[in-house]
Design a protein around this ligand. Structure first.
Ligand SMILES: Nc1ncnc2c1ncn2[C@@H]1O[C@H](COP(=O)(O)OP(=O)(O)O)[C@@H](O)[C@H]1O
Ligand SMILES: NC(=O)OP(=O)(O)O
Length: 321
């Protein structure tokens, strides 16, 4: 009997919200419903899957709301805001995916696992905040916010200014065993927003820290931990490119890990956007023979899984194996 391929899918920002402005809950649900049509198709075509999603705009919004209400109710700590973002995004995906599956006569259970991801408390990221969250601002607005609130604000890949927070590397997914038990029977949404960042408390438990883990790197850690076959990273662009947005832009169909590392060193992938995706793809493709990572757009997800488009990252080209 053929083995059912296991795929971990990382959903980019455009799978949850339309570009440009913070979405209301109703607007997010509409976009998520369209995304879930794609996910249900992938499931119908015989893949077992786990879903990871981002939370940059959502966690930023929860933090802003919590701070704005500080005279009425005490602000929520950062890790709790991350947990809240996992909760409401997971809820939207659960509701929409279940419906999309039923429309295809598939009555699979769909569930969200609130996930803690352990990080190293000495990770250099705590001294060097780099992860953009929340809304976009003009340079002038950003400087005023930095002055008033003491936030670190940075330009985000040519798209505007945003608050940046520490983004440590994911080391261990605390709830991974639960996925191991559910994998064959249930579509699981986990590691949302990269997971709730926690550190060991020295007494056999964990405590939350103020950070946002990159969801593509958390998806990679998850894919390795549960021995997935494919890491599918869905974003806005159909393919990864070198010389991106320049007259000599070249889209890439296939990329070996060595080629990807060379292009990373040459600076082809923007930090905070494409760079973590390519990093995650290389880590996964390099972790065990036969594993591959695919980066493509939501609309082309199925075609890319079948090798018809997207950028596939492999340890070695077929001709070199
Ligand atoms: N070399 C590159 N090739 C393709 N896209 C790139 C490249 N460098 C930067 N990008 C940009 O990165 C974006 C993906 O990052 P981002 O929007 O932050 O991710 P997410 O989909 O996870 O929210 C693409 O839509 C594209 O605009
Ligand atoms: N946590 C995270 O990586 O979120 P975004 O994908 O929204 O940036």
């Amino acid at each position: 009997m053929n083995k059912i391929p296991k795929v971990v899918i990382a959903l980019g920002g455009n799978a949850l919200q339309e570009k440009g402005r913070p979405a209301t809950s109703e607007e997010q649900l509409k976009v998520v419903a369209q995304t879930c049509e794609v996910l249900a198709d992938i499931s119908s075509h015989g893949y077992e899957m786990a879903i990871v999603h981002g939370n940059g705009p959502q966690v930023g919004r929860i933090l802003l709301a919590s701070e704005a209400a500080k005279d009425v109710t005490p602000p929520m700590p950062f890790d709790v805001c991350g947990a809240m973002s996992q909760g409401y995004i997971g809820y939207h995906i659960q509701q929409s995916l279940k419906k999309a599956l039923r429309m295809r006569d598939r009555d699979l259970p769909v569930t969200t696992i609130l996930t803690q991801v352990a990080v190293d408390k000495d990770d250099e990221a705590f001294q060097n905040p780099r992860k953009p969250i929340g809304p976009f601002y003009t340079e002038e607005e950003a400087k005023a916010i930095a002055e008033e609130k003491g936030y670190t604000m940075k330009e985000d890949a040519g798209r505007g200014w945003r608050r940046v927070v520490p983004s440590p590397m994911p080391q261990k997914i605390v709830e991974v065993d639960t996925l191991g038990r559910l994998w064959n029977s249930t579509i699981v949404i986990m590691c949302g927003g990269g997971g709730i960042p926690v550190v060991e408390d020295g007494q056999g438990g964990y405590e939350g820290v103020a950070a946002v883990i990159d969801k593509d790197l958390a998806a990679e850690k998850l894919a390795e931990s549960i021995d997935a076959d494919v890491l599918l990273i869905l974003t806005e662009v159909e393919q990864v490119a070198i010389n991106f947005n320049k007259p000599d832009q070249k889209n890439l169909d296939q990329l070996t890990c060595d080629e990807a590392r060379k292009y990373m060193e040459e600076g082809h992938f923007a930090p905070g956007s494409m760079l973590p995706k390519v990093k995650a793809a290389v880590m996964f493709a390099d972790s065990k023979p036969g594993r591959k990572a695919v980066i493509t757009s939501l609309a082309q997800a199925e075609n890319a899984l079948h090798g018809k488009t997207g950028t596939t990252i492999v340890a070695k080209k077929l001709s070199e194996v």
